[in-house]
Design a protein around this ligand. Structure first.
Ligand SMILES: CCCCCCCCCCC/C=C/C(=O)SCCNC(=O)CCNC(=O)[C@H](O)C(C)(C)COP(=O)(O)OP(=O)(O)OC[C@H]1O[C@@H](n2cnc3c(N)ncnc32)[C@H](O)[C@@H]1OP(=O)(O)O
Ligand SMILES: NC(=O)C1=CN([C@@H]2O[C@H](COP(=O)(O)OP(=O)(O)OC[C@H]3O[C@@H](n4cnc5c(N)ncnc54)[C@H](OP(=O)(O)O)[C@@H]3O)[C@@H](O)[C@H]2O)C=CC1
Length: 268
């Protein structure tokens, strides 16, 4: 297996003066995005449910470049209030809808409650947060990056609820890219492949590496969270000024291979 180490190509100061809001900033991809945006000059407001992890992210960035709110993105009134507070305090030039996830189960084993839970987290929250951000994004001619999943256009075994939600996010992204283009607002989706964050347990990581990375990813490498972060920063930078309505899969070709989740082992 080969693995990149997380590539940094953007120049220091690229995002000077940008105000960003990142959901799920306390770990994994959201933490890597927060750290990189702040390194490039942005102020970042993080959202998550756990204060300890959000605070730990703050230890990785310069003081003054970061604050956070403890909030569940499924609490639509609370999270809309956080967006409005952030917009009033700092303005808002970039929204990164990153908080998300699912449990792995065959469709037959997903109850109405399980379906609702995953749709609320991965689709409904994204709609409401993005809508709450609209006036601030219009004022800044800002951008939205929605963190999706490699395979969203092809399906994924064991993930009917999550893939349906992410497909909904892609449709939402493209629709708002049309509706808000005249205001200079851009929206894009990123589809990471397998990212070895703490969300995958050690046992699952071994399983994922053996079966899903080596066998299902043509480039036989996981996606470093830092690579996702650099792409988010690119989309927020002037170089991304004409990119909107895109799904960019950053997955070592997984969307071309047998599929991250096409192997029976993916949902044993
Ligand atoms: C084990 C790994 C195998 C290998 C898989 C290969 C994949 C490799 C590629 C990786 C691709 C994607 C990676 C990621 O997305 S990493 C993301 C980071 N984190 C997570 O995914 C975890 C996030 N999960 C959660 O936050 C929660 O589980 C979730 C929001 C989904 C649910 O939380 P909630 O608090 O709402 O949960 P409840 O306990 O209240 O349950 C709500 C209903 O859901 C049903 N449920 C919950 N878990 C399961 C399950 N495992 N199977 C079936 N049903 C489940 C639960 O019963 C409730 O329903 P009812 O009301 O009907 O009882
Ligand atoms: N890891 C992977 O292989 C891949 C991940 N993805 C997607 O990337 C995104 C980030 O995943 P990753 O970094 O790996 O996982 P993590 O579990 O590390 O990150 C998820 C973050 O979201 C936060 N979060 C979860 N639920 C809520 C909620 N209801 N309200 C507020 N915050 C919440 C969590 O913080 P807290 O618990 O404190 O709330 C956590 O910081 C997810 O959408 C995931 O599905 C996509 C492709 C592959």
């Amino acid at each position: 297996m080969t693995a990149t180490k997380g590539t940094r190509v953007l120049a220091p100061g690229t995002l000077d003066g940008l105000s960003a809001l990142v959901t799920g900033a306390g770990s994994g991809i959201g933490r890597a995005v927060t750290v990189r945006l702040a390194e490039l000059g942005a102020h970042v407001t993080g959202i998550g449910r756990h204060e300890d992890t959000l605070a730990a992210t703050g230890e990785l960035v310069d003081s003054g470049a970061y604050d956070y709110h403890v909030c569940d993105v499924r609490d639509l009134d609370a999270v809309s209030a956080v967006v409005a507070d952030t917009g009033r305090r700092h303005g808002l030039g970039l929204l990164v809808n990153n908080a998300g996830g699912q449990f792995f189960a065959r469709a037959d084993d997903i109850s109405p409650g399980g379906w609702r839970s995953v749709l609320d987290l991965n689709l409904t929250s994204v709609f409401h947060i993005t809508k709450a951000a609209h006036p601030f994004l219009a004022a800044s001619r800002g951008a939205v990056v929605n963190i999706s999943l490699s395979g969203v256009e092809r399906g994924g075994m064991g993930m009917a609820h999550s893939i349906a939600a992410r497909a909904g996010v892609l449709g939402l992204t493209r629709t708002l890219a049309l509706e808000w283009a005249a205001e200079g607002i851009r929206l894009n989706c990123l589809g990471p492949g397998t990212v070895l964050t703490h969300a995958l347990s050690d046992e699952a990581s071994e399983h994922v590496l053996g079966n899903l990375v080596d066998r299902a990813t043509p480039m036989r490498t996981p996606t470093p969270p830092e690579d996702v972060a650099e792409l988010v920063a690119f989309l927020a930078s002037p170089a991304g000024a004409l990119m909107t309505g895109q799904l960019l899969q950053i997955d070592g070709g997984a969307h071309l291979g047998p599929g991250l989740h096409m192997l029976p082992e993916a949902y044993r």
